[in-house]
Design a protein around this ligand. Structure first.
Ligand SMILES: [Zn+2]
Length: 117
């Protein structure tokens, strides 16, 4: 995969990650909005880091997605992004575009679905 493409997917993954985290932060802030003075977390909100407290307010689905995003970002760093984890063939661009966290090529994915994995 070309550097330019890697950058493209990296940006998309980071955006997805940010969306989940900001949704979680918002949920957390909403639950705190009664009774506190709202000063807390002002510095924290500016950073991209997350803590256990925020993770608590993320749904299971989002948490799973977050893990997939992190492992995809990890693969971009290692240079294995866009390669099927099963057959080690390249995952099509169309598939990555539709689902940047895809771990398997469409052939392997279909086979797994047929087998019910
Ligand atoms: Zn495959």
């Amino acid at each position: 995969m070309k550097k330019q493409e890697r950058e493209h997917y990296k940006k998309r993954l980071l955006k997805m990650r940010e969306a989940i985290l900001s949704k979680a932060k918002k949920l957390k802030e909403d639950s705190y909005s009664l009774g506190t003075d709202g000063i807390q977390d002002m510095a924290d909100a500016a950073s991209n880091s997350y803590n256990a407290d925020i993770l608590m307010s993320i749904s299971d689905n989002d948490l799973k997605l977050l893990k997939d995003i992190d492992s995809s970002l990890d693969k971009i760093v290692k240079g294995t992004y866009g390669v099927c984890e099963e057959c080690e063939e390249k995952i099509s661009e169309k598939r990555l575009e539709a689902n940047p966290v895809a771990r398997y090529c469409i052939t392997c994915k279909r086979l797994m679905e047929e087998k019910g994995i």
